[in-house]
Design a protein around this ligand. Sequence first.
Ligand code: SDX
Length: 428
Amino acid sequence: MSNTAEIKVDGKCYELPLVEGSEKEKAIDIGKFRAQSGIITLDYGFKNTGSTQSAITFLDGEKGILRYRGYSIEQLAEHSSFLEVAYLLIFGELPSKEEFESFKDEITHHTLIHEDFHTILEGFPSAAHPMGVLSSLVTAMTAFYPKSMDPNRSWDEVRLSIIRILAKLPTLAAFSYKNKIGHPVMYPNNKLDYCSNFLHMMFGLPSQDFEANPVVTDALDKLLILHADHEQNCSASTVRIVGSSQASLYASISAGINALWGPLHGGANQAVIEMLENIKADGGNVEKWMDKAKDKDDPFRLMGFGHRVYKNFDPRARIIKKAADDVLAALGVNDPVLDIAKGLEEVALRDDYFVERKLYPNVDFYSGIIYRALGIPTEMFTVMFAMGRLPGWIAQWREMRENKEPIGRPRQVYVGKTERDYVPMGNR
Ligand code: SDX
């Protein structure tokens, strides 16, 4: 195979290097093309353009493959834990037992947040969306940890910033929930594991001991694993481009939280449940809503369906769908929206519109059904996605920093007015 590609423009041929990754993916490196030709490439939404070479996550949209640092999500979801996967994504290898125990101990002993966060929390109206609160609180971490503002400090100090955000995000999320519902916050309990501690902070009450249901903690841990990274998705790309200006880790993560909030991205898990509730309230007529989803004049989209990369199935959706059945059965929950979701999937999988466009359930289609069964409020669903995605964002930010990648600054093709002279207001 040649290691170059040729682009011919106005009879002139430009030779460009070909890059091949460890999974034999190929890319044309256009880094020098503009300098040689004065021409740029254009690709709305970067649908066909790579922004980097990354060693973190590999996915194959045709085969439904997703691997973190070479390990399949099927194996990690079955045998690993979220904290172990976080270590794998951020440091590149699975930890030894000693490394993991030390990492877990560090996380456990950084879960508290400064008491002054309560002043910030109390400033939010109770109607504030948890994602807006969370991104604000993560940015506020720069105020409490001013050394975190400089990403060029020693690795030990950057590592401490990483440990702090991993440890404190669940606390920030749970405290904001308690503040929203007017309940007293539940402080982290160092005797509990990551998921149990989060559930304790979310649903515990001062007047009673909290006993986490292992079915719930296992399901939550699995969901966090399945959300942990997804290569150059919208929010990870946001984290990388904000971090490329040498903004702090916390500023970059806060930007990622805001990108994830959108209903076309992580906000879809909340939109799916709201959609399913609407369909249920409308009598459960699945065919009617499928027709709306196919109608170009109707803004309604089937939330939780379709994906930029997966064109056969989202491997995470398969695992989550099975987990939804298992968790609801184990908890004795009979949620009618699960049946509506399955009905939509069945109809879509044999509908030409969806089959031709390769639209299948994505990670967000079934996850909300489990979150709801776990007692997580709908407005917190995307916060759960952010908690899961945090180690991925950190890994992506770290890779961009350590590869010394340049500040992200795309080009454009100008289509506005050509040069014209100013006309004084009285003469217009
Ligand atoms: C996530 O990138 C990632 O990796 C993201 C993510 C991650 O882990 O980080 O996987 C998480 O964001 C999952 C996606 C969650 N979003 C949704 O469920 C929202 C509904 N889905 C869509 O809006 C859409 O499918 C996207 C945003 C997910 C993908 O959009 P694309 O790749 O830009 O595709 P498109 O919008 O150009 O759609 C192609 C065609 C269009 O029809 P035509 O113009 O060709 O006739 O498919 C249609 C679209 O109208 N289409 C849908 C549809 N999704 C696409 N029609 C109805 N319902 C849908 N859900």
